[in-house]
Every structure is written in C-alpha cells, then in structure tokens.
Design a binder for this molecule. Structure first.
Ligand code: XIL
Length: 369
C-alpha cells in the first residue's frame, strides 16, 4: 500500500514537471491557412528522423520536393517508380496532413523519353496527348482520395506573358493546358487542381495567369487555386507587385496558395526560379559561409515579417503557405543557381531549430488568440 502511494506520488510529480508543449506553427496559423513544407527523400524515408518528427509537429500540409516529378516517377515509358511517393503519401496520412502532388506537367525534370520516339524524333500530337493522359491518369488515380490537391501544370508562362516553349506546347499546342486539367479531373473528380508558377509579381505573368483562369473557367474546366511559388530574395519581388497578383488571382474566384516559400539572403545571381539556370561558383557571391552577421539576420527577419503580414492581411484568399524545404541545410537555394553556397532561407536553421523570429511570431499569435 505504502509502495503504491509512493508510486502514485512519483507519477504525479513526473506529470507536473512535464513542461507544457511549445505552441507550433500549425496551431499559430490554424484560423488562417494551412502551413506546409516540402519533403526530401531522407525525410520521407525516415533517415532524417529528427526532421520527420518536427515536420509532423509543426506542419499540417506536405508536398514532395522531387519524387513525383516525371523523370523520377516515370523514368521509362510505362515504368513507374512509387518507392518514394507511396511512403510520402503514407506519412501525410499518418499525420493527418493535407497532401499535395507536385507536379504533373513541367518542362524541368521532365522524363527524357517523354517527347521522343525510339528513333529520337519528336512524337506526334496524338502520341504526346496519349502520354500526357497516361502519366496524369496513372498518378492521380493511384492516389485518388488520398492526395487532396495537385500542381497540375507548373511554370507554363514566361514573365512577358507568353507561353513557355516546352515540348508540350510545341507538340500539342496551347490546348495542352486544358487537357492536363481535364485528365487530372477525370482521374479524381474530388481533387483540387492548381496552376503553379514563380515570378508571379511580374505584370506580364500576372495578366496571362488571369487569362488562363478565365479560359479554363469559360470552358467549364476545374481550377481551384493558383500557386504562387514565392522564391524570393532580399530585394525582390516588390511586395506591392506581389500583392497585386495575389488579389488579381483571387478576384477570378480561385484560392491562392503560397506554394514554394523561401527568402535567400545571398547576393542575387538570378531572380525567379528557372531550375536549369546554372552559374559557376564565385567566392564573393557566398559571403556568409560561417553564419549571418546580425544586421543581415535582422533584415531577413523583417522581410519574413512583412510577407507574413501580407499573408495574414489576405488570409481570406490564401488557403495554404508552404515553405520549400524544412531547414536551411536542406534548401535547394544553397545550390541554385550557383552551387556550393551557404544560404539561410527557411524557417528552421541548420541545427533544425525554429528560428527565433519564427518562434516570436508563433508566440505573438498564440497570445493574441
Ligand atoms: C527544385 C528542388 O528543390 C531541387 O531539389 C531540384 O534539384 C530542382 O527543383 N520550382 C519548382 C520546384 O516548382 O519543383 C523546384 O524544386 C524549384 C523551382
């Protein structure tokens, strides 16, 4: 009896000494929008277990950084590789997350076989449409009811407002856009469908995206949201121009998603996010290999805050904000467009710790609830 009493006291003491759980990102923004991140292979497979746990704690939406792009998921015609995408989706389901498929139609990381026949000649329009349909239908139907939203077409429009010359445009023609949305819709009528792009603050792109939404809607084709990638630098884009695009898209009756958020602190080599842009390493373009000076870090914090303020101001239009990666060490910006730099673009630092400014924002929001 005495022994039981002692155990009881010990258990009670242990319970009382457990610190209250720290508020999380997803709790802080729960009334406004989903908070997401992009997962790499190590995070999906659990080799980076620490990141996995923190991602499940802080985020309520995920997107695959690479493993669902055509060169990875259909490396040979008709041979699909779901070895990463299946566990990616399972991870999202286990953690009750809003899961995004990225991306069905894209000129980058396009499976090399896609536009060519066995002799190396471009395929006909009919064959290209068939391949487009088969790729989209296979992916979307495999995850029907499990992936809630798809980046159907990625980066189809250039900054001047013209359509990007991709194999899809060249071989099929402009209607590849509506075909892609149509095929995705047929494969999962309940899935949300998105158009996703970078440099969305530019006027030419803004107007052409608006046109695309109107065209699709006029034809009765489903489009739920526009994804604004939001890969930014310290001095681009101008927040006012970004806001103009955000409100212009929302005015067309679609949701807006901030889909690929990061702020590079490094000197600008290239704006936008054209993956094929490659520039040779130059030491003077990598000024903070051992950490950011305080004033740079403060400037980054301010830029983060000004964008968070913008998202909150338009929370009625924005359904999700997704960071393009979990921690600074994971970010593609360390290597794009110049390989081998040390960047600090994300919400968690290289030690996988929430950055102090992010912690402050979370606390402010929780205290104001
Ligand atoms: C990037 C990944 O982060 C890198 O790991 C990969 O090497 C190249 O692609 N726009 C997109 C994303 O839509 O898929 C890109 O992701 C970044 C730009």
């Amino acid at each position: 009896m005495k022994r039981q009493l002692l155990w009881g006291i010990a258990l009670l003491a242990a319970a009382c000494s457990t610190p209250p759980a720290e508020p999380t990102l997803k709790e802080a923004f729960a009334d406004e929008f989903l908070v997401g991140t992009a997962l790499n292979a190590a995070q999906i497979m659990g080799q980076d277990r620490e990141a996995q746990v923190l991602i499940a704690t802080h985020f309520n939406s995920i997107v695959a950084e690479n493993c669902m792009k055509s060169e990875e998921i259909q490396p040979e015609e008709g041979k699909f590789d779901f070895s990463l995408s299946d566990p990616f989706v399972a991870f999202g389901e286990e953690n009750d997350m809003f899961i995004i498929g990225h991306t069905l139609v894209w000129h980058s990381q396009l499976a090399p076989w896609f536009p060519f026949d066995k002799e190396g000649n471009k395929v006909s329009r009919e064959v290209m449409i068939e391949r487009l349909k088969s790729h989209i239908t296979t992916l979307v139907s495999r995850y029907r009811g499990r992936i809630q939203g798809w980046d159907v077409v990625n980066e189809a429009i250039l900054e001047d407002g013209t359509l990007r010359p991709t194999p899809f445009l060249e071989i099929i023609g402009e209607d590849y856009l509506e075909l892609a949305f149509q095929f995705a819709h047929e494969a999962d009528p309940d899935a949300e469908l998105y158009y996703n792009d970078y440099s969305m603050a530019s006027e030419g792109k803004r107007n052409r995206v608006v046109q695309l939404i109107r065209d699709l809607k006029a034809k009765g084709i489903r489009i739920d949201a526009v994804g604004m990638q939001n890969h930014m630098g310290m001095d681009y884009p101008a927040i006012e121009e970004f806001e103009k695009s955000l409100t212009a898209f929302a005015a067309e009756g679609v949701k807006v998603m901030i889909t690929e958020w990061d702020i590079t602190v490094l000197p600008t080599v290239r704006m936008g996010a054209e993956v094929s842009d490659r520039v040779a390493y130059a030491k003077q373009m990598n000024p903070y290999p051992d950490g950011m000076p305080d004033e740079v870090s403060q400037a980054w914090d301010e830029r983060l805050r000004s964008f968070v303020d913008l998202y909150e101001k338009h929370a009625d239009k924005i359904s999700r904000v997704t960071a393009w990666g979990f921690s600074d060490g994971d970010s593609w910006r360390n290597d794009w467009p110049m390989p081998g730099r040390t960047d600090y673009p994300l919400l968690f630092d290289r030690e996988k710790k929430l950055k102090p400014v992010v912690q402050e924002i979370i606390n402010e929001k929780i205290n104001n609830k």
